[in-house]
Design a protein. Sequence first.
Length: 295
Amino acid sequence: MKKSFLYIALLLMFTACGNNEDTTLDMAGMFSPNGPTITTRFAQSMHYNDSVGEIHLDMGADDYTVYACTDSHITRKSHRNLDYFMHTYEDAQGPKLALHFGDLIDAQKNFPCADSVLRIGGRAKEDTLFLSVGNHDVYFKQWEIYRSYFKTSVYWFDTRNGDKPLDLFICLDTSEGTLGPDQMNWLRDVLANKSQEGYRRIIVFTHTHVWKLDGSQGHTSNYATEETYELCSLLSKYGVEFMWSGHQHSRQSVIFKGVNFLVLDSTKDSEPGTAYATIDMGEHVIFHYHDYPKE
């Protein structure tokens, strides 16, 4: 017991000292929410969604490209890969949209450093970049800061070619390692209603991955067993084709009950093996992985 207290004390001292960057490890936030819980975040998200109305992206074609990345963990000094991703996306030709699966920032006070993201990711009618909130984004009671930029953490939008429905995208808030009952009920209702509208496929995206295949993220790796069972059954029942996420910082694909649970590599500058994906959305879904350039 004494060793445990000593370890925690040393860890707190180490993280408090820092290294010219703000503290990255929110000890309290790792073990229990020290800001608004998922219940509050969900209610605030629904209020904003109602004020904006439904978002339908007219791609002007049946085929388009999704640019996807996750876990950029930017700081004031480190955002090279994220900038590269955003410039690549903005320069790309043809119908497109972009997704970021959470942990945009690494520590406190770093949201303004993502200026290229803030330009086109505020969750308004004209946006083409859509974000999922990660655990680092809400550490240190930062939900209200995240919310001031990105407005909501739970929502759906779809893509269309004129009046023709194409794909349905559903964003979930798993930054706390749980969906909570309100969000789960919302997801159940959305899937029950929208699955009848003739979409060619349904995609769920979020931050925390479902299947814990390594211990890299400790106790924040996945959801409670009962919630995992309910979520997987629900996605399978309504024909969800993919669940895309991050959090693990390494690529992974698990197919369970007909759903492909896919995790992307990290975008964090300091890590090896970083990559983003471009995803061809058409009759088939085809993934292409792209390594970030070295310095």
